[in-house]
Design a protein around this ligand. Structure first.
Ligand code: TRP
Length: 72
């Protein structure tokens, strides 16, 4: 899939931000949870295995659709 080489960036604005990967396909479930502390950055892609990402906690998120903050 062409969009699978795009990266997105998540920067934690507090300790304990969770980046949760959800599976691609008919069975949508969590398959990975990454914990970021304040200032930590994760750079990731959508893949064959990951079609959605859920972010819990205060973070700055940068995608090809723009930059957004999770609410406090
Ligand atoms: N093994 C996962 C995958 O290839 C790693 C991964 C990629 C991931 N993007 C992610 C995990 C986003 C969490 C969130 O799909």
């Amino acid at each position: 899939m062409s969009n699978q080489n795009e990266f997105f960036v998540i920067k934690a604005k507090e300790n304990g931000v969770n980046v949760i990967g959800l599976t691609r396909g008919s069975d949508t479930r969590f398959h990975h949870s990454e914990k970021l502390d304040k200032g930590e950055v994760m750079i990731a892609q959508f893949t064959e295995h990951t079609s959605a990402v859920k972010i819990r906690g205060k973070a700055l998120i940068q995608t090809s659709h723009g930059t957004m903050d999770t609410e406090d």
